[in-house]
Ligand binder design. Structure first.
Ligand code: DGJ
Length: 337
């Protein structure tokens, strides 16, 4: 009886330990409320009311290889995340894709307050029938758009296309303080990336706002104290490199020269930019760098490098990622020794 009670106590304590995260630990396994490593790679975050939603590439082993999966997690504090299931399970989205090696990467969701729709953009790529030389080529170079009435889905694909008629690979999302929404996309033929405004209903990419003539992917933008900061990573596949940052007083530019945002020898602490989360609290505003530390041979085990950045007056710097915690009400964060 005593042993049984002790076992039960131990189980309850372990469950509590898994369920409650009091910190964000960059680079470590990040358990969700069920104790599973969060599957939201190359993700995007929106805040609605007091809930954050995190969407991303779901890479859990054992998924049906005929589909691609986008996960949805929610959190009140950015540290504890509940898995809400797959927001979208997508079968081959375009008949011109040559085979089943097509990819869905970097899904991003926007909420449109006018239409009350959740609108998901995702990078769709793969070999094209009768055109591509390699069966695993990223030649499609387009986006998919899917919609849902609920944050958690299910999202239904509406269309695939090339934004502004251009080749588009890594995408990023930016929502300005006035609610205007932008898609950031890398465009290889012109060696640069675009920041493009979405239409009123968010279903189309309407207007080029800026073209930054530097081959950068993993594009992310944040607006902080009157300045826009844009970051991106060089085109080195899944391998990390020194990500760069530039600033502008207007999204349209002119943008300053891109400079390192971390000691270059660390390759952005072995991570690739994905987006920024701006936490505006009652006492402070914290800007969090959200990066992916990819493991191409086991994508499900890729890790997240989230860390508040030092930002202001045209400088953005990523300190060495170490465990930290945040109070989303006050906006204050602290390192955990
Ligand atoms: C780098 C991109 O940023 C990732 O999203 C992914 O597309 C890899 N390349 C694939 O090599």
């Amino acid at each position: 009886m005593k042993t049984l009670l002790l076992t039960l106590c131990f189980c309850a304590i372990s469950f509590y330990t898994i369920a409650q995260q009091n910190s964000i630990r960059p680079g470590e396994v990040w358990p969700d409320a069920d104790g599973n490593h969060i599957q939201a790679h190359g993700g995007g975050i929106i805040k609605l009311g007091n809930l954050y939603y995190w969407y991303g590439e779901e890479r859990r082993p054992g998924l049906d290889t005929n589909f691609r999966y986008v996960s949805c997690y929610s959190s009140k504090d950015l540290m504890n995340w509940k898995f809400n299931g797959d927001a979208m399970v997508l079968s081959k989205p375009d008949s011109t894709l040559a085979n089943n090696r097509w990819v869905l990467e970097r899904p991003k969701v926007f909420y449109n307050a006018k239409t009350k729709q959740y609108v998901m953009y995702m990078h769709i790529d793969g070999a094209i029938k009768g055109v591509s030389k390699s069966p695993s080529a990223y030649d499609f170079a387009g986006v998919g758009v899917a919609v849902s009435d609920k944050a958690t889905g299910p999202f239904k694909l509406v269309k695939t296309f090339r934004p502004l008629g251009k080749e588009s690979r890594d995408i990023g999302q930016f929502i300005d303080d006035d609610g205007s929404a932008y898609l950031i996309f890398e465009c290889r033929p012109v060696k640069g990336f675009y920041i493009a405004q979405l239409s009123d209903d968010f279903l189309s990419v309407e207007k080029e706002v800026a073209f930054i003539n530097l081959p950068l992917e993993g594009g992310a933008v944040v607006h902080y104290k009157g300045l826009y900061y844009a970051v991106g990573s060089k085109l080195t596949g899944w391998s990390p490199n020194p990500n760069k940052v530039a600033t502008a007083t207007s999204l349209a530019g002119p943008w300053t020269e891109f400079v390192n945002m971390a000691p270059p020898e660390t390759n952005t602490y072995n991570s690739q930019s994905t987006m920024f989360i701006k936490v505006v609290g009652s006492k402070d505003t914290t800007v969090i760098y959200m990066g992916d530390r990819w493991k191409p041979s086991a994508l499900h085990d890729s890790r997240y490098i989230w860390m508040p950045v030092e930002i202001g007056a045209g400088k953005l710097w990523l300190p060495e990622p170490k465990p930290w915690s945040i109070n989303v009400k006050t906006g204050k964060w602290k390192k955990i020794e």
